[in-house]
Design a protein around this ligand. Structure first.
Ligand SMILES: O=P(O)(O)O[C@@H]1[C@@H](OP(=O)(O)O)[C@H](OP(=O)(O)O)[C@H](O)[C@H](OP(=O)(O)O)[C@H]1OP(=O)(O)O
Ligand SMILES: Nc1ncnc2c1ncn2[C@@H]1O[C@H](COP(=O)(O)OP(=O)(O)OP(=O)(O)O)[C@@H](O)[C@H]1O
Length: 452
């Protein structure tokens, strides 16, 4: 990218979350990710540069190590002409959902992250201009806390996502409670995973988006979004899955297309053999305790059938969901068990503020930082070192609990390797290849945002 010659007309609004706003280049497969702040929060250019560099280092030296080379895209910090950023900000303002406008794009520093556009990434094995479908899932936390430090008994029975649903509907953030439960998705049981994905398709909230050739075709921005229409989605997807079998429109076609989509996503989520710490981690037979959330309709039906402890998790060890779950489970203590340790670190830093740097509280997120995270001991010896390790592991776990998995699908030519089989683009039945499963990471700087 030639940062010297930037034209705002070549970029368009792509999406945003709570902390950043993303614009995509119209032709090239790149995006720019800008930080956002409340209007009153003034940060210096140097602070913003450091924040972005920390995100890159955290992705490179921590998340990549945990999840494996192929799944994490770190990007790079770029400096852009201020005039370009200001014009871009004006250009996209009208496309931003109202609920996100409490924060403004950073137009003062000129710094942003440049990343591959994971919604339309092409790889060498695919001809240019091949259609691309991208499914983005934010699965959230996939286990119930086991820690004895948990004081609210319900947290051992109902997962955080499902508990949160009640709050979100009560506060008007979303219109209705979703039937999606992360524990179903992470179960590794195909039937439960299908149920979870169908539930996400019914009530996408901020947990599911679908892009076609980089354009958002399914998902909601806030509670005012129009009701998601499966017929419209099926219309977009039919050429990917059933290009020439003559299925007309109508409910039968819609159901068939949705079923196929769910089947393919499940297959992708269960595939993968990329190496990474979490894949190699040995923790005995897997999580103990209940693996079903009582709030999930699927969980309740298992309960009615007297199957409280379904089969062991069927997640294959190498698959991305397995690895993500292992990293999430670095949170061994739950926030209730963690908080006293956080306070121990905080008190120490109040007394010895100069130690902040030596302890790598705000980075650098380098090899030494990563090595400390590998100590999984739970024996509290009362030291600041122990407390800090648990706090840093919690931060990594939080990143994995809030990450999105971006799955790009594209029909391909006959290929002896890998993946899902469906009616291919050309019309004859050939193999289609799932190209990549992508993760994007957010939480790089936690201490700057207050207590975890
Ligand atoms: O706490 P949660 O589980 O509600 O997660 C927050 C997300 O809410 P969700 O429940 O997914 O709608 C929240 O997402 P939304 O703004 O609700 O789309 C953010 O992802 C937030 O991350 P950050 O602190 O801004 O970096 C997330 O906060 P963290 O807890 O990951 O810091
Ligand atoms: N590299 C990328 N390629 C394509 N789309 C992306 C990329 N990075 C982010 N996006 C899109 O932009 C949206 C917002 O980005 P992101 O989730 O990183 O924001 P955030 O503010 O950090 O999120 P949160 O609300 O979880 O804190 C994502 O949901 C995704 O659709």
């Amino acid at each position: 990218m030639d940062e010297g010659k930037m034209d705002e007309n070549e970029w368009g609004y792509h999406g945003e979350g709570n902390k950043s706003l993303v614009v995509a280049h119209a032709q090239r497969c790149v995006v720019l990710r800008f930080l956002k702040f409340p209007p009153s929060r003034k940060k210096t250019s140097e602070e913003i540069f450091q924040h972005l560099q920390n995100i890159v280092d955290f992705s490179k030296n921590v998340m990549k190590e945990f999840l494996g080379e192929n799944y994490v895209h770190c990007g790079e910090v770029v400096q852009l002409p201020l005039d370009f950023v200001k014009q871009l900000c004006l250009k996209i303002q009208s496309e931003r959902p109202e609920s996100r406008c409490d924060k403004d794009l950073d137009t003062f520093s000129g710094y942003a992250l440049c990343l591959p556009n994971l919604a339309r990434l092409q790889t060498y094995r695919f001809a240019e201009h091949r259609p691309i479908l991208c499914v983005e899932i934010k699965p959230k936390c996939g286990f119930l806390p086991l820690s004895s430090g948990v004081t609210h008994e319900v947290k051992h029975r109902v997962c955080r996502y499902c508990l949160h649903q009640h709050l979100k509907v009560a506060t008007g953030k979303w219109k209705q409670i979703s039937k999606y439960c992360p524990l179903d998705l992470y179960s590794g049981n195909k039937q439960r995973m299908h149920f979870a994905l169908k539930s996400l398709l019914q009530e996408a909230q901020n947990n599911l988006k679908i892009f076609k050739n980089g354009e958002l075709i399914y998902g909601c921005t806030d509670a005012r979004s129009p009701v998601a229409d499966w017929n419209e989605l099926a219309y977009h997807l039919k050429p990917f899955f059933f290009p020439s079998n003559g299925l007309a429109g109508g409910p039968h076609c819609t159901r068939a297309v949705i079923r196929e989509l769910v089947r393919v996503i499940t297959r992708v989520l269960l595939s993968g053999s990329d190496k990474g710490w979490a894949g190699a981690l040995r923790r005995g037979p897997g999580p103990r305790g209940p693996r079903v959330c009582e709030a999930s309709p699927f969980g309740r039906s298992l309960h009615r059938q007297g199957k409280n402890s379904p089969e062991c998790s069927g997640l294959p060890k190498g698959c991305l969901l397995y690895k993500t779950l292992q990293v999430q489970m670095l949170d061994l203590l739950d926030i209730e068990g963690l908080y006293p340790l956080y306070r121990r670190v905080e008190r120490y830093l109040e007394e010895f503020p100069e130690e902040r740097k030596t302890l790598q509280i705000d980075g650098p997120y380098d090899e030494a930082f990563y090595q400390k995270l590998l100590d999984l001991s739970t024996e509290d010896d009362g030291t600041v070192a122990f407390a800090l390790t648990k706090v840093q592991q919690y931060r990594v776990a939080m990143t994995a609990k809030d990450c999105s998995i971006m799955i790009a699908l594209s029909p391909c030519l006959q290929d002896s390797r890998t993946a899902a089989r469906w009616q291919a683009w050309s019309g004859s039945e050939t193999r289609s290849d799932v190209r990549r499963v992508q993760l994007k990471y957010k939480k790089a700087v936690l201490f700057s945002g207050g207590p975890p």
